[in-house]
Ligand binder design. Structure first.
Ligand SMILES: *Cc1c(COP(=O)(O)O)cnc(C)c1O
Length: 485
């Protein structure tokens, strides 16, 4: 190709690629359409269903295939609203009381917008000093909230699962465990631990590590005496207690393990104490949460999920290690010799403390709402959730439900248990109740199995769940109970 042909070809290609960089007026149009869709969504959110059963389950999306030519903006937005936003759980609604709900702060959406437009690099301090400082500042603020010392450090992750993986990998390396040791390195947890712990152990290559499911008390909390006994038995058998995974707010019942007593045992046995506070962690902003999680400050590593109890949109977890160097030892790919230099520099790079390299600049979605609003509304919303759970428990008990214990945090368990029915019949009755509630969709609740009993849950987590939502949930439950006869 001669020079002139080459230049002519370049001109053609540059013109053909021009749609990738819309001008100011096109940007205004795109932004206007996206904003109009967001406004339609938010203005209707008060009456939007918390669960939408649809026949099509969004199959219409496939009518807009990716081709050589683009589709009209209105058509694309229409597909997004009809086929993506409408079906399934209304995870941004206040009526989403199933699993551990998220939220979706509007300020975070704007943070994501700015993060994406500027596309700042959040992996390394050198290229992204601002993003790294912002992330470290958020980790530092959270570490202080947990009560960890100045040596603590960590990173934002996509969620609790990856955060737990990062911590478990660090715990493995901190104890110098190699493949031949795995079948001797014992993990202590309860049957209420989130499944991502077992998954993380497997991904970390440690599927052979023996798992000890420690006995629980009547409120689904790890029993320290049972933990100590299990460890003594393992030591006697020549095994090495390696890792305790305690929960600060289990997914099923919101139970908080007795962290202080567990930390005593961890210290005595020189065992790594990991606290999975993915759901419960940010309740530390409340007086009740702080008291209930006493001992969390003694953990070797902690996981929190800002996309749960800080109401952020999905895609934001956090891992913190008591000694940031332990996370760095596992995740710094340039080699251990960087460790001291990194710490001496004062600002560590997020990529050196977590599995990802190029990554979403997710700090800004957490920073923007916190820095704009201050902590006061967050504390209020969390205190409100704690009280709403207690209020809900009172109300369903008045309806005649058998209720679980006073919640440690904001999850309530209950079931419909009329006298004279067998366990199987009671389970089936509650299952049909939950299925009926899901078809109804005004609120979205989920269930679990506790000791073979089909149990219904209510988790008050999102910032949009208020007294009115709880009253609606109770009303819908009453209607469905009456319909059951
Ligand atoms: C949600 C949750 C997880 C998993 O976190 P993801 O953000 O969904 O990956 C882990 N542990 C607990 C206790 C949780 O509630």
């Amino acid at each position: 190709m001669d020079r002139d042909t080459l230049l002519a070809e370049l001109r053609l290609l540059e013109r053909a690629a021009r749609p990738l960089e819309p001008g100011a007026s096109r940007r205004k149009k795109l932004h206007g359409a996206a904003n109009a869709s967001a406004e339609r969504f938010l203005r209707g959110i008060g009456t939007r269903k918390a669960f939408m059963e649809t026949e099509d389950m969004g199959i219409g999306l496939l009518d807009a295939p990716i081709g050589e030519k683009g589709l009209p903006l209105d058509e694309v937005i229409a597909h997004f609203e009809h086929d993506v936003v409408r079906p399934g759980a209304g995870t941004a609604t206040g009526g989403h009381l199933a699993y551990i709900p998220g939220g979706g702060l509007y300020h975070s959406a704007l943070g994501d917008f700015l993060a994406a437009v500027t596309n700042k690099y959040a992996g390394f301090f050198f290229t992204g000093a601002g993003p790294a400082r912002m992330e470290n500042m958020l980790v530092r603020w959270t570490a202080n909230l947990v009560g960890l010392p100045a040596t603590a450090g960590g990173a934002l992750t996509s969620g609790g699962s990856i955060a737990n993986l990062a911590a478990i990998a660090a715990a493995r390396d901190a104890r110098g465990l190699k493949g031949a040791d795995y079948s001797q390195a014992v993990v202590y947890l309860t049957h209420q631990a989130h499944h991502c712990i077992a998954k993380a152990l497997k991904i970390a290559g440690m599927a052979e590590a023996p798992m000890r499911y420690v006995g629980m008390d009547a409120r689904w909390r790890m029993r320290p005496d049972a933990l100590a006994e299990a460890m003594a038995a393992d030591r006697a058998a020549g095994l090495t207690p390696w890792l305790i995974v305690a929960a600060a707010g289990t997914t099923d019942t919101g139970a908080i393990d007795p962290l202080d007593a567990i930390a005593d045992i961890a210290a005595r046995e020189r065992c790594w104490l990991h606290v999975d506070a993915a759901y419960g962690g940010y309740f530390l902003l409340t007086g009740h949460g702080k008291a209930a999680m006493r001992g969390i400050e003694r953990a070797d590593s902690v996981v929190l999920d800002p996309h749960k109890t800080l109401f952020l949109p999905y895609g934001c977890g956090m891992v913190i290690a008591r000694d940031a160097a332990t996370l760095a030892a596992t995740h710094t790919y340039t080699g251990h010799y960087m460790q001291d230099a990194l710490r001496a520099a004062g600002e560590v790079s997020p990529a050196d403390l977590s599995p990802e390299l190029s990554r979403h600049f997710r700090a800004v979605r957490m920073w923007l709402p916190l820095v704009l609003l201050g902590l006061k509304p967050f504390r209020a919303a969390l205190e409100e959730k704690l009280l709403l759970a207690r209020y809900f428990r009172m109300e369903v008990e008045r309806l005649g439900f058998e209720v679980g214990p006073e919640p440690d945090l904001s999850v309530v368990t209950y079931r419909w248990a009329p006298a004279g029915l067998s366990l199987a019949q009671t389970n089936a009755l509650n299952q049909s109740l939950v299925e009926g509630m899901q078809r109804d969709g005004r609120v979205f609740i989920s269930s679990t199995m506790l000791d073979g009993r089909y149990t219904i849950r209510m988790a008050a987590v999102t910032h949009r769940t208020h007294r009115k939502t709880i009253d609606l949930a109770v009303k819908v439950l009453r209607e469905h109970i009456e319909a059951l006869g």
